[in-house]
Design a protein around this ligand. Structure first.
Ligand code: TXA
Ligand code: MG
Length: 356
């Protein structure tokens, strides 16, 4: 199958492209499209065979449920059994935007879409291209992130093409994803709302709005038998580059000295090391930059938005650099720290050296 890429540029031409994309979705085909978080791989969320096609294209286990994307609040009603007061507050505050809400589902939503669960994840994206596509399709669009299973989520059309070329007919190119991390997921189907996946909308903002909010323990640490994550997708190996990645926590100078020493040791064996660092600490490493040390600057850690925006592109890039090992600084600070570290810990397969 030939995979076409068509650019949404805000011109009158967009309507024609969106109509073509919506026709594909209504016919049961798949279309990758931009959202404000990451690119999604969309299909008709009410059609079991579309959902099966999504799993097949991604190489994703079919027990991992999909998120339904809607463009209007009215579209929610037929999908869910009830809308708890906490959900009303969340929707008023954060929709459209990077927030996914888990509800108890109705019979309209096929089990193929929800991995057999009796709950359904729903999100209303703010990206105008995404909203226009959903409206044109006239059905809720089921969309996981548009990466091959296990790879970092795509934040531009090229990432989607790298992973899904030949597997889907159309990619809509809307430029770089604004946020760069997947949506925050909150489950309101239980008595206390619970965060299943951290994202741009942070814990404090949710507590300010809802009062008590619990956090799935799997969000903060390594999942084990006791803390099997409640979002099935959070249990899978994710984001991981081929090259081994180690996170290093601790004071800036001590950490830089440790990473540079590791790089020098590896250089003796003719190996090249990568270091993912922030703008603030870059000068600590720059004198050693060269054949044996590649610096991968992630942006200013004072600006979590900047780190989040470029993180997945950086992780994708690592395997193209001929590195034998990569070390990364940790980014705990700020409202986005929890979400950034959640993705980084998984990318590093939970390998963390703490120098504190
Ligand atoms: O930002 C996003 O959410 C992106 C864009 C495309 O909207 N989508 C996305 O989808 O990240 P995906 O499939 O890569 O991640 C969905 C996550 C998975 O971890 C899945 O297990 C969880 O949501 N999930 C979906 N339905 C669920 C449910 N009913 N109960 C618990 N977790 C659910
Ligand atoms: Mg995903």
């Amino acid at each position: 199958m030939e995979t076409k890429i068509k650019t949404l540029d805000g011109s009158g031409n967009d309507d024609i492209i969106l109509r073509e994309a919506a026709d594909l979705i209504r016919r049961g085909d798949l279309v990758a499209f931009p959202t404000e978080t990451v690119y999604g791989l969309g299909g008709n969320g009410l059609d079991p065979s579309s959902s099966r096609a999504i799993y097949a294209a991604k190489g994703r286990p079919s027990d991992n449920p999909l998120i339904l994307h809607i463009a209007d609040r009215e579209a929610l009603r037929p999908l869910v059994r009830e809308i708890p007061p906490a959900a009303e507050k969340l929707m008023d505050a954060f929709w459209p935007g990077p927030l996914t809400i888990i509800f108890r589902k109705t019979g309209l939503v096929p089990p193929e879409t929800t991995g057999g669960l009796d709950t359904v994840a729903v999100r209303m994206p703010s990206h105008p291209g995404a909203a226009a596509l959903i409206r044109a399709a006239g059905v809720p669009i089921a969309a996981p992130s548009a990466n091959a299973s296990g790879r970092p989520s795509p934040t531009c059309a090229r990432h989607v093409y790298e992973d899904l070329n030949g597997r889907i007919p159309l990619i809509l190119d809307g430029g770089e994803s604004e946020i760069g991390l997947e949506s925050t997921i909150v489950d309101v189907s239980r008595s206390v709302p619970e965060i299943l996946r951290p994202g741009y909308i942070g814990l404090q903002a949710l507590r300010d709005l809802l009062g008590t909010v619990s956090v799935d323990p799997a969000v903060l640490g390594r999942p084990d038998e006791k803390t099997a994550p409640r979002a099935p997708g959070m249990k899978y190996r994710h984001y991981a580059p081929q090259v081994p990645l180690t996170l290093v926590a601790g004071p800036d100078e001590k950490r830089a000295a440790y990473i540079l020493e590791k790089a020098q040791e590896a250089a003796q064996n003719g190996e090249r090391t990568g270091a993912m660092v922030c703008r603030e600490t870059l000068p600590l490493y720059q004198a050693d930059e060269g054949d044996h040390l590649l610096l991968i600057p992630l942006g200013a850690r004072a600006c979590g938005e900047e780190i989040a925006h470029g993180l997945f592109a950086a992780l994708r890039h690592l395997d193209e650099c001929g590195l034998s090992h990569v070390y990364s600084e940790t980014f705990e600070e700020g409202p986005l720290g929890v979400a950034i570290m959640n993705r980084l810990r998984k990318a590093a397969a939970f390998d963390l050296t703490d120098l504190a």
